[in-house]
Design a protein around this ligand. Structure first.
Ligand code: SER
Length: 321
């Protein structure tokens, strides 16, 4: 079997932090290179500072570490992306094109591109949303994910490359903090509850969105990447799903553990973004093609988040990315 050397971009991010550790666990310390634009001390793996827009340096790193696979996680999320659309477009889309072109010319045999529920938009059916539906996203982040999927599909076919992609729902984990997303509230709310503070929610109480526990998201990513190539029928983002809930649903579930927990709803510009996405996802294609199935239910996720965060806060304020 060929020895794989994996490079992760955006390894300091919400998913990158956890995925990097998992990849190191599976493939070994010497076979995983974590990279990000700045260094933080929460990843215990080999690290190189890398700006994905610096193609020359990127290429040097690929050669130096004999990289064979890239997990390209570096990007700006939906809410932050709206602050500067052109900058976001440049990083999210041209950053991906840098990865695809470098991969094509430098013997990279597998690439992972994270897509998102942000591909969906106004014209998409909102309930049990199927794999192939109209996509008309309202955010620059969503436009980047739709076009990113199209470029992945194009490069897969045109250059016979092995590029795999998932449309992540909102991801909830205790290991890291998200930054700049619309689904971030579903992580922030736990931190407030465990610290016995009131939560000020930036969405309306009845805003339903598809979500998933971090462990399942990591599991889905590894399953997709390790599946035999012939099982990966889609060369663009697979729908994956676990559960859907509203801010009020999660508040009431957390209240079972913290009866005094209080919430206030003060929706801001992120409400429009959340409303443009869908409420629930049909992921039967991923289930059929590579046997995807989530493990965590909504209740199980809440229990696990609270248990882990209690342990983390007992040690003091967490130093999360
Ligand atoms: N979780 C992301 C966000 O809220 C969507 O992929 O921006």
């Amino acid at each position: 079997m060929q020895k794989e050397n994996i490079l992760i971009t955006g390894s300091n991010g919400q998913i990158g932090t956890v995925l990097s550790q998992k990849l190191i666990e599976i493939y070994g310390y010497d076979n995983v290179l974590t990279t990000d634009i700045g260094h933080i001390d929460n990843i215990h793996g080999r690290f190189e500072k890398l700006d994905i827009m610096d193609v020359g340096h990127f290429k040097e790193i690929i050669h130096k570490y004999r990289i064979t696979q890239i997990y390209h996680l570096a990007s700006l999320l939906s809410a932050k992306g709206e602050k500067d659309p052109m900058f976001t477009w440049n990083i999210n889309l041209n950053g991906l094109l840098n990865v695809l072109n470098l991969a094509k010319d430098n013997n990279i045999n597998k690439i992972f591109f994270p897509s998102s529920i942000a591909v969906f938009g106004e014209t998409t059916p909102k309930l049990n949303t199927a794999q192939d539906v109209p996509l008309l996203p309202d955010t620059v982040y969503g436009i980047g994910k739709v076009t990113g999927e199209l470029w992945c599909n194009y490069y897969s076919k045109r250059y016979d490359m092995d590029i795999r992609s998932l449309r992540y729902p909102g991801i909830i984990g205790y290991q890291s903090l998200p930054g700049g997303g619309t689904t971030d509230y579903a992580v922030d709310i736990f931190h407030k509850a465990v610290k016995h503070e009131k939560y000020n929610c930036f969405l309306e109480k009845d805003t339903m969105m598809p979500m998933m526990y971090m462990d399942d998201a990591i599991h889905a990513t590894i399953m997709l990447m390790e599946a035999p190539k012939e099982k990966i029928k889609l060369k663009y983002g697979y729908n994956i799903a676990a559960f859907s809930f509203t801010p009020e649903d999660i508040y009431l579930e957390i209240k079972k553990y913290y009866p005094d927990f209080e919430i206030e709803y003060n929706p801001d510009f992120r409400q429009k973004i959340a409303d443009s996405w869908v409420k629930s996802i049909d992921d039967s294609k991923a289930r059929e093609d590579w046997a995807w199935k989530p493990e965590y239910t909504f209740e199980h996720m809440v229990e696990s988040m609270i248990r882990h965060l209690r342990a983390i806060y007992k040690e003091g304020e967490p130093t999360l990315s």
